[in-house]
Design a binder for this molecule. Structure first.
Ligand code: ADP
Length: 628
């Protein structure tokens, strides 16, 4: 076993070589260090004299890393390889920390070491050159690079899994052939397709139902490189074989990979169907409520008692006679002074009961009177103090007018019935007395006739009332036949001629035949002629004119009386309506024209009036002509 320094020459080169070199004896397991150069001592922080003659495994302090045994094993193996193969053997990138002189601390070092066998003249291995290179820097750099690569891989993986699991539908389509490169589950679910139907398939072959609308847009995005954004687009997809309409927010985003060239488009889709439908339902409900409120001509208000402010609808303002919104005080000033106390009381009650209700009159600046009905619910803010009042206002002027008309009618009807009844009663009493005292008195027939006239009057009144009930119940039966209108007009008004107060002049087409219920039409003409007599007492002519207009016969009754003010004309044919509501001057129930209008309308005809105050009125109606 050689123990002395080998005679290898090149001593100077060995010593000053920049590569760290140990010369080691091949005898296992000791592997004695025969020599070490300066570069070695420097690299490993050791003293040459300390090492020479010691075992390579013993000359270094305990390596603090837990890789000691692995390193020893690896070095053994490397030595043996070098001996056996007679070739250099390299141990790459292993850790072996070296002591920091005088501190007891170690410095982390990585090495790549070559064990090169040196052969003698007979070709036998005699020594090793053990040459470790400090690769710490390189190793760390590699590690860093690896860490970077790993992080990138990791990121990519994370990105991919968030892509796959994203609640948004994502699909990446290559720009050239429009083939789907990647697609996530949400997208598949959205378009109602399996992965196999979409992935690596042409997008429009996979989802043909959307091609018409969106292929041009996709092409445009590819051509221009500009993204396309869509909000709440309605798209129909065939899902499970049935077309389903979806509302989608989506974007076509070009992705450029190479030098700004777009070679894919990322489609990101959010299904907003539920949101859109929910919003539509709310909008529809609001619209329905608004239409109902509008149709009912209801004004609405939202009153804030704490600040004494009110928000009102257009209809509310209009009912109060304003063309825009006003302060609460301005609205209040329109209320009739006599109704302010009732309003105040209603508000005080509402604060307790939670319900506001009152009716009041408004006086507009033009002096016109309007009735309103206010209704509201009070809302309390936790305590008992009202903080909000939401309510409605209705214009009930017409309702009040009709109510008034009905009240008037009842008093008029009672009065109308009472007069002939009193007359009949008086005649009967006188007759009773006469029959007892002077049974053959010549006054008896006159009293009988008077009683009879009064009874006829009563009968007419009762007939009119019965007609109204029949009309209301839809039971006014018609028995139609063909007859000559002029004949009927002539016959029905003999009583007027007999009275002698008015001259009845029949003009026009006296041969015109109509198809109607003769008795009912008779009733209409009598009513119009009687009205002419009644409301034109000072003029002595009444014209009855018959003419053909198209397929109808038009029959007019013209008087030269007082006429009717234009604002009253629209109401003339209403039930109980009388121009002079007090009924002081003329008796009547306000039913004649209403019944006439019903009869004519049931015949498919029209009824109307032309009237000029001070000149007279022409009431007219039309009837179907006889077809024969
Ligand atoms: P009535 O005569 O019983 O009051 P009508 O229905 O026949 O009821 O008439 C309604 C109202 O129309 C009358 O109260 C009257 O004021 C007005 N009127 C009807 N005919 C005439 C007329 N020829 N001239 C003026 N006013 C009329």
């Amino acid at each position: 076993m050689p123990t002395s320094t080998p005679e290898i020459g090149y001593q100077d080169i060995f010593k000053s070589s920049p590569a760290a070199i140990l010369i080691i004896d091949i005898d296992a397991p000791h592997y004695t260090i025969l020599d070490a150069n300066d570069a070695y001592c420097h690299a490993t922080n050791t003293q040459r004299c300390d090492m020479i003659g010691t075992s390579v495994f013993g000359s270094f302090p305990a390596n603090p890393t837990d890789e000691v045994s692995r390193n020893i094993e690896m070095t053994h193996y490397s030595f043996q390889q070098a001996i056996q193969t007679k070739q250099s053997h390299t141990m790459a990138n292993y850790r072996y920390d070296i002591p920091i002189r005088g501190t007891g601390e170690f410095e982390e070092r990585y090495w790549t070491t070559t064990n090169t066998p040196i052969l003698d003249a007979s070709g036998e291995v005699r020594y090793f050159i053990h040459s470790p290179a400090n690769v710490t820097e390189l190793y760390k750099l590699n590690q860093k690079e690896q860490a970077g690569i790993d992080a990138l891989k990791n990121q990519r993986q994370q990105l991919y899994s968030s892509f796959m699991q994203a609640p948004l539908g994502i699909c990446i389509i290559s720009s050239g052939d429009l083939v789907v490169q990647m697609v996530n589950d949400s997208y598949l679910e959205l378009v109602g397709k399996d992965r196999s139907e979409l992935e690596h398939k042409g997008i429009w072959e996979a989802v043909p139902e959307a091609a018409d609308a969106y292929a041009p847009i996709l092409n445009q995005v590819i051509n221009t490189g500009e993204p396309f954004f869509a909000k709440e687009h309605e798209v129909v997809f065939i899902r499970n074989g049935t077309p389903e309409s979806l509302f989608l927010d989506f974007v076509y985003e070009p992705i450029s990979h190479v030098a700004g060239e777009n070679n894919a488009v990322m489609v990101i889709v959010i299904d907003v169907t539920d949101k859109v439908l929910a919003r539509r339902r709310i909008e529809e409900a609001e619209e329905r409520a608004r239409l109902a409120i509008e149709a009912a001509e209801i004004g609405t208000f939202d009153f804030d008692p704490a600040n004494d402010t009110v928000v009102t609808s257009e209809r509310f303002n209009a009912i109060f006679g304003f063309d825009g919104t006003r302060t609460r005080e301005e609205f209040r000033q329109r209320i009739h002074k006599e109704d302010l106390a009732a309003r105040q009381a209603a508000h005080e009650r509402a604060a307790e009961t939670g319900k506001l209700f009152y009716e009041a009159r408004l006086i507009w600046p033009d002096g016109s009177l309007h009735w309103i009905r206010i209704q509201a619910d009070v809302y309390y803010n936790g305590g008992d103090k009202p903080y909000r009042m939401l309510g409605t206002v209705l214009d009930i002027t017409e309702f009040k007018r009709l109510q008034q008309q009905k009240d008037d009618f009842i008093s008029v009807a009672s009065h109308e019935l009472k007069t002939p009844m009193t007359s009949v009663k008086a005649s009967m009493q006188l007759l009773e007395r006469l029959i007892k005292t002077q049974p053959s008195s010549d006054k008896i027939p006159a009293f009988l006739e008077k009683a009879n006239t009064s009874l006829t009057k009563m009968q007419h009144l009762v007939d009119a009332l019965l007609n109204v009930s029949k009309i209301a119940a839809g039971q006014l039966a018609l028995h139609k036949s063909d007859f000559v209108a002029a004949d009927m007009a002539n016959e029905c008004c003999d009583h007027v001629r007999l009275m002698g107060t008015h001259e009845l002049i029949l003009t026009g087409d006296t041969r015109l035949q109509v198809y109607a219920d003769k008795e009912r039409i008779d009733q209409v003409v009598v009513n119009l002629v009687n009205n002419a007599v009644k409301y034109a007492p000072d003029s002595n002519k009444i014209f009855l004119h018959i003419a053909q207009t198209g397929k109808m016969a038009k029959i007019s009754v013209q008087d030269f009386g007082r006429g009717i003010p234009p604002e009253k004309l629209p109401h003339l044919f209403e039930r109980y309506y009388r121009v002079d509501a007090s009924g002081v001057q003329f008796s009547g129930l306000g039913l004649g024209l209403y019944i006439s209008a019903e009869i004519i309308e049931r015949h498919g005809g029209q009824i109307g009036v032309n009237s000029v105050v001070g000149e007279g009125s022409t009431f007219w109606f039309t009837l179907p002509l006889s077809s024969s």
